[in-house]
Design a binder for this molecule. Structure first.
Ligand code: A2P
Length: 332
């Protein structure tokens, strides 16, 4: 592809803004950038490489001449406009869950299954769920060396994962509590300030939430491991940005902490921060605004054979969404 004409759908949203930043910071070679959002934002300008670009209203005709369309405006918009963009000849890279589990849509983490981008009969490539990406960034290098069999995970997910409204709700509740006033619930089912909530996304029939099942289904698809077993509990925590995940992973072959740390050497996108004698382990503030995921607290699990415990942290707006999408665009 010569320098492509790129469009961002949902350019004014939390992930859209980060996509713009990633394109700029990574010097993504593009010939033209089109910013699309709702009619509410039409005419608003955004800065890209020192130039102001006017936001345009998204329509079915927005994609004439566009080579790559990065979608992050919610699943409904992706379902409605993604096929129009693909029909106009654009490769759609979709951040929503709308197409992730379709068999003719590749689901890609560039460090793990970059070859999958080549087979895209519908012209659509899906970006995985943020928690799944961050977890797999830590697990894929170990799978490569030791053969991953099962995952038991608990997540600690930041409020920015719910968009700007999640941050507003946390701040409003903290202010209300400090002022001795009652809190208002809009985004979350329970108070999020000074609390944690063991529900992310809607519950399904088997008692797991949709978010928890994404780790299972998307993990199997990305790693091409149809028999992978996953049990996950997703928890919302009063952190602004960056998700953390505590993982117990079982492998086919014997594994220990040193062998695991060695497996991360020479891998891109994941760094080991793991020196407990110096209280050195990753926390969400370490990864905020950063590209790499950080893994630490690596230790042999005391319950299962061939199993390891670890703690991985990543910026869910960046590697969990915008950066991963831009990296997919880079390998096209
Ligand atoms: P807008 O800012 O004009 O509402 P977030 O996930 O942070 O809430 O962002 C959602 C993104 O999706 C925003 O860029 C938003 O644009 C965009 N969006 C929402 N509804 C539509 C729509 N009907 N058509 C196009 N873009 C939309």
């Amino acid at each position: 592809m010569n320098h492509p004409h790129v469009a961002i759908v949902g350019a004014t949203g939390a992930v859209g803004v980060e996509m713009l930043l990633c394109l700029e910071q990574r010097n993504f070679p593009l010939s033209k950038l089109k910013l699309l959002a709702s009619a509410r934002s039409a005419g608003k300008t955004m800065l890209f490489r020192g130039n102001e670009i006017a936001v345009e209203e998204l329509t079915h005709d927005s994609f004439v001449g566009v080579d790559i369309a990065l979608f992050s405006a919610g699943g409904g918009i992706s379902l409605e406009y993604g096929p129009s963009a693909a029909a106009a000849g654009a490769v759609v890279i979709d951040n929503s869950s709308a197409f992730r589990m379709e068999t003719d849509v590749p689901l890609v983490v560039p460090e793990i299954n970059p070859e999958a981008v080549k087979i895209r009969p519908r012209g659509i490539i899906a970006n995985p769920n943020c928690t799944t990406i961050i977890s797999l960034m830590a697990l894929a290098p170990l799978h490569h060396a030791f053969g991953l069999r099962s995952i038991i995970a608990s997540t600690y997910q930041a409020v920015s994962g719910s968009g700007a409204q999640g941050i507003v709700e946390l701040e409003d509740q903290m202010k209300a509590i400090s002022a001795g006033e009652p809190v208002t619930l809009k985004v979350y089912p329970r108070q999020i300030a000074f609390n944690v909530i063991p529900q992310v996304d809607a519950f399904t029939e088997n008692g797991y939430t949709k978010e928890e099942l994404k780790m299972l289904h998307e993990g199997r698809k990305i790693m091409n491991l149809p028999d992978l077993r996953v049990s996950c509990t997703c928890v919302r925590v009063p952190v602004y940005r960056s998700h953390s995940v505590s993982i117990t992973a079982e492998f086919d072959r014997p594994i220990d902490a040193d062998a695991a740390r060695a497996a991360y050497a020479n891998r891109t996108g994941i760094q080991v921060i793991d020196d407990i004698s110096n209280k050195s382990f990753p926390v969400p503030l370490d990864t905020t605004g950063k590209d790499d995921c950080l893994v630490g607290r690596i230790r042999k699990n005391l319950v299962f054979a061939n199993a390891l415990d670890l703690w991985v942290v990543g910026d869910q707006v960046r590697k969990g969404a915008a950066l991963n999408a831009v990296q997919i665009a880079e390998i096209l």
